[in-house]
Ligand binder design. Structure first.
Ligand SMILES: Cc1cc2nc3c(=O)[nH]c(=O)nc-3n(C[C@H](O)[C@H](O)[C@H](O)COP(=O)(O)OP(=O)(O)OC[C@H]3O[C@@H](n4cnc5c(N)ncnc54)[C@H](O)[C@@H]3O)c2cc1C
Length: 458
């Protein structure tokens, strides 16, 4: 059946639903297309399930450490079925909430199925042919399955399929020491699995500063997670019925045998099956849809939001893309992606949160800078909670005193970082923070202190 719309939104991820509802609320006739799970990656296979499971893992970890706090607890056992049931219930509530919201929105018609372009303004969803004034892609990304030797012969898990495990892996081998791999590694170790993390780099979390990688390593070692770095020739192999990973390391055994292998080595955008050429929408060499600073693609009236445009890989960046597109279209504003200050968190425990430039980026830029740093062992709230891994670090432009970036790696870091983020959005100097009085005892209360202890970055 053929029908016409003012806007066609493809993908109900973190940008699509809010955009569809806002456009519909503004009186536009909207078609919303989703091929699989409403809420996309974050709700179904990303943020929500992982952070729900990280909470279960934290409970197990704390129970094992109960004696440190003067509390007697018995033997700690983890029921993976119960962990999964809790996670599924939270995910399902969110997923159905998004779907109901869309279906209950006046002016918004929901289509379920794979959307494919048939022309510059024409989208096919099964038997339905939709014609639209504006087209918005919010199609997201999926786990990368690399073309590595052995990948066809050994069963492996991805960040999606591992969420369905109802039994505890005896030995989980995680290939990839990035955000996703690290979160699962620590989580499953805390559930009770033996865990080995393998990476080809010389350190974990290579997107972070070296001091952060060193603390992550320290945290992992303290929990009995094996880490194998500089693995230059990673391949999957089956030995004696075990799913294993072969690696060519500078030191240690050349093969790690495990009961389960998780491949966590990146993500690819869901763009190859959209027939983008039919509308003249260009992709880059990695398959991301090319956009300008206001999220316009190379085709008129066609926009790409979220992970598929390669300008962000987080829920908050995708949601901000929605805000930019909606405000520019409906309010005539000129919001831009480049106005966004980079911010992210790595949800191992303790969490690592970062805003703006890293120390490595500041050094590389050659900006004369000042740096302040304090170990969590000198933060009273962390000491009181018995969670003293990590540090906080701030970077300031030596001439203008503007804040260049900050990292809070430690208990409560994912919340505490926001006072620095807000000061940066307000384009304030470090003085705003040094003069502010924070609540005692919090992790955030030490941020003004660190800004008051700046030294030249040599
Ligand atoms: C394990 C894991 C943990 C994560 N944790 C965090 C976190 O803690 N914090 C954070 O900020 N980010 C996290 N992320 C990243 C986050 O999930 C994504 O950045 C976020 O979901 C934004 O995605 P999106 O809006 O671009 O699209 P997605 O959420 O991926 O949604 C895209 C939607 O489009 C649909 N679709 C695709 N192609 C078509 C088509 N042709 N027709 C119709 N529908 C289509 C898909 O089915 C999907 O529902 C995590 C990711 C993973 C994998």
């Amino acid at each position: 059946m053929k029908s016409s719309y003012d806007a066609i939104v493809i993908g109900a991820g973190q940008a699509g639903p809010s955009l569809a509802v806002r456009l519909a609320g503004a009186g536009r006739k909207v078609a919303m297309v989703e091929r699989h799970l409403f809420g996309g990656t974050c709700v179904n296979t990303g943020c929500t399930p992982t952070k729900t499971m990280v909470a279960s893992a934290h409970a197990a970890h704390l129970a094992r450490r109960a004696r440190d706090f003067g509390v007697a607890a018995g033997e700690v056992t983890v029921d993976m079925r119960a962990v999964k049931a809790r996670k599924d219930a939270i995910v399902m509530k969110s997923r159905t909430g998004v779907e109901k919201w869309l279906r209950g929105t006046e002016n918004c018609t929901v289509f379920t199925g794979q959307a494919v372009l048939e022309g510059p303004k024409t989208v096919r969803v099964g038997e339905d042919v939709l014609e639209g004034g504006h087209i918005f892609f919010n199609v997201g990304a999926r786990p990368l399955v690399p073309n590595m030797p052995g990948v066809d012969s050994v069963p492996f898990l991805t960040s999606t399929s591992i969420l369905d495990l109802e039994e505890l892996p005896r030995h989980l081998v995680v290939v990839g020491g990035g955000y996703v791999g690290l979160e699962f590694a620590q989580m499953f170790r805390r559930f009770g699995s033996e865990v080995t993390v393998i990476d080809k780099s010389p350190r974990l979390a290579t997107h972070e500063d070296e001091d952060a990688s060193a603390v992550i390593h320290e945290v992992f070692e303290s929990e009995g997670i094996q880490v194998r770095l500089n693995a230059t020739c990673i391949h999957l192999e089956n030995r004696d019925g075990e799913a294993g990973v072969g690696l060519d390391c500078n030191e240690g055994a050349p093969h790690i045998g495990g009961s389960h292998v998780l491949l966590a080595i990146g993500r690819v955008p869901n763009t190859s099956d959209l027939n983008l050429a039919a509308a003249g929408v260009d992709m880059d060499e990695r398959g991301y849809i090319k956009v300008d600073d206001q999220l316009r693609t190379t085709a008129p009236d066609v926009f790409a939001l979220g992970d598929c445009n390669g300008r962000g890989a987080f829920t908050h960046t995708s949601y901000n893309d929605y805000e930019i597109a909606a405000d520019n279209l409906l309010k005539g504003e000129s919001r831009r992606v480049s106005d966004r200050i980079p911010v992210h968190a790595l949800y191992i425990d303790p969490p690592l949160a970062s805003v703006g430039m890293s120390e490595a980026e500041v050094r590389k830029s050659g900006t004369p800078a000042l740096m302040g740093k304090r170990a969590m062992t000198r933060v009273s709230r962390a000491i009181e909670k018995g969670e003293t891994f990590g540090f906080m670090k701030v970077l300031v432009d030596r001439e203008t005193q503007h804040i260049l970036g900050a990292t809070v790696f430690g208990t409560g870091g994912d919340e505490a970082i926001h006072c620095v983020l807000t000061a940066m959005y307000a384009r304030q100097t470090a003085a705003l923070l040094t003069h502010s009085v924070h609540i005692h005892p919090t992790v955030a209360e030490l941020i003004p202190t660190v800004f008051g202890e700046l030294k030249p970055l040599e």
